[in-house]
Design a protein around this ligand. Sequence first.
Ligand code: HEC
Length: 188
Amino acid sequence: MRKFVKFAVVVVAFAFIPMLAVAQQITLVHTITGMPLDLSLSPKEGRDTPAVKEFLKTGHDPYVGVESCLHEAEELFLTACSGCHGHVAEGKLGPGLNDNYWTYPKNMTDKGLFETIYGGAKSMMGPQASARTMDEILLIIAWVRHLYKGPVDDAEWLSEDQKAHFVAFDPDNHQPETEEVECEIPAQ
Ligand code: HEC
């Protein structure tokens, strides 16, 4: 009987391995070194939100283009990034993030941009790994994408449908949301 129990435990344990494997299907690497990123540095809360789960499976940030999430996304960007990258990501101490020139072309993908923010790049571009939750980083990415004012054809992160409906950000006509709206990702 003991033997059977042991056997059963082993069988059950093995059954879980493929489940763990599918939870993360993309490999995140450091922008400069190419080494795998250590996701255990990330604060525990915000590691398994629906958006993070989808991102780790597909490499796509489901917050991009989701209007109801932009308010929170903007606040995070203003707190964590605008001091160096400018109020509307026009560039300051750090490069502009709202045009179609990228020092690291992989930042044109959500996965690449996540890697740069999470792991950092050179000099003053420090890692946000433990400073922001993974969910917050995905929100920040959505705001960076929202600020884009380059040619829509170069916006590789947008689907064809998103490109067709793209409206470039206009800082002169931007009023930050005053009402709290619930950030909700539409069902796929
Ligand atoms: C202390 C200043 C500082 C802060 C804060 C900072 N950055 Fe940077 N960032 C830089 C500098 C400097 C570079 C250039 C580094 C390089 O070329 O490797 C950079 C580079 C980048 C790049 C690469 C751009 C490209 O052309 O490929 C991205 C993307 C980026 N930062 C996003 C962010 C985001 C998003 C935040 C907020 C979470 C942030 N940064 C916060 C200074 C900063």
